[in-house]
Design a protein around this ligand. Structure first.
Ligand code: NAP
Length: 307
């Protein structure tokens, strides 16, 4: 138990990521009090009922009054409007951060609204599930996951304090610039999601198969695609609209690789396929050795993945 790192925390948006942060801050005593704002009365009521917020407010402006840390946890496309609303109400010396999946677009949307004397330290937890909303959060979501900070011109002491919060919630913290973040995430998260959406879309178009066999026989690779393709439509629409360049770059490379494999299949080039799959298998081993996934068969599905 480290004691509160921030006296008053305001969460703007009360979905999966914000509610998980709140559960973690409460579990490990990291915030003196937690104020919250969400768009709908249903979500605000749920936050109070579940008990991860001490108080909820009808406006984002009211929620950030007196806050030492403000966390923007809304879809990337909503960041600009929320930042414009809270800007004039931020306490001098406060820190503003976000958890958006794209960083350059968030910096452009939020930074102009941050007043002098307030530090803006963008961030992105590389943790999530395909579930969303205030009921989906849990305290251990960030355990042994990476959290990327984009410090920009923020004061080092503000960055260090935010780093301490994420470490106390169980995350490993790294720092990088926004453009690099967006390229790395286009490879590791954004393009794979697009491919999963596409694969499930292909099956959907083959409706004769979809109606019966796809569901019945989905124990194989397709099931993992459907899990990813069940992710929140608003969040992922915003990710692709705002990380356009990097996603298109990686998608171009993906298409070239796909044609290489397509040609090998057509030409019966088994050696190429075997060598390619041997290299990709080594990447999977590396991920397991780095503790970023389980080596258990079937991704350890028999165990609950919530803590
Ligand atoms: P979520 O569960 O869908 O929750 C989103 C929250 O934002 C809700 O409280 C919602 O309010 C509010 N909201 C939605 N649209 C809004 C708008 N136009 N104006 C004001 N508030 C709005 O989302 P999440 O998964 O926590 O994602 C939040 C952020 O974290 C996103 O930027 C996302 O890119 C990022 N992120 C997500 C994951 C993931 O796996 N899910 C991982 C890392 C980072 P209502 O409930 O009242 O509608």
């Amino acid at each position: 138990m480290t004691g509160p790192i921030y006296n008053r925390v305001a969460l703007i948006g009360l979905g999966l990521i914000a509610s998980s942060m709140a559960h973690a801050m409460k579990k490990w005593g990291l915030a003196g009090s937690i104020a919250g704002y969400a768009r709908t009365t249903e979500t605000r009521a749920a936050a109070l009922e579940i008990g991860f917020c001490d108080a909820v407010f009808d406006t984002a402006a009211a929620a950030v009054e007196g806050a030492d840390l403000v966390v923007l946890a809304v879809p990337v496309g909503a960041m600009s409007a929320v930042a414009a609303e809270i800007g004039p109400h931020l306490k001098p010396g406060a820190t503003v951060t976000d958890v958006g999946s794209v960083k350059q677009a968030v910096v452009e949307a939020v930074a102009p609204h941050i007043p002098e004397g307030v530090d803006f330290v963008p961030g992105h937890p590389l943790a999530g599930t395909e579930h969303s909303g205030p009921h989906s959060g849990f305290a251990t979501l960030f355990q042994n996951r990476w959290h990327i900070l984009v410090p920009g011109s923020a004061r080092p002491e503000a960055v260090a304090r935010l780093r301490a919060l994420w470490e106390a919630m169980g995350a490993n913290v790294d720092e990088m610039d926004a453009a690099h973040h967006d390229l790395v995430l286009a490879v590791t998260s954004h393009t794979p999601h697009l491919i999963a959406y596409t694969m499930v879309g292909v099956a959907d178009h083959l409706s004769r198969i979809t109606e019966s066999e796809v569901i019945k026989y989905s124990a194989a690779g397709f099931r993992d695609f459907t899990r990813i393709a069940a992710s929140d439509p608003t969040m992922w629409r915003d990710v692709f609209l705002t990380n356009k360049e990097a996603t298109l770059d990686i998608l171009g490379r993906f298409t070239e690789e796909l044609f290489v494999l397509q040609r090998a299949i057509r030409m019966g080039d088994g050696q190429l396929l075997f060598d390619y799959f041997t290299r990709t298998r080594a990447i999977r081993r590396g991920i397991i050795e780095a503790g970023q996934d389980t080596a258990a068969p079937d991704f350890g599905r028999t165990k609950p993945d919530k803590g």
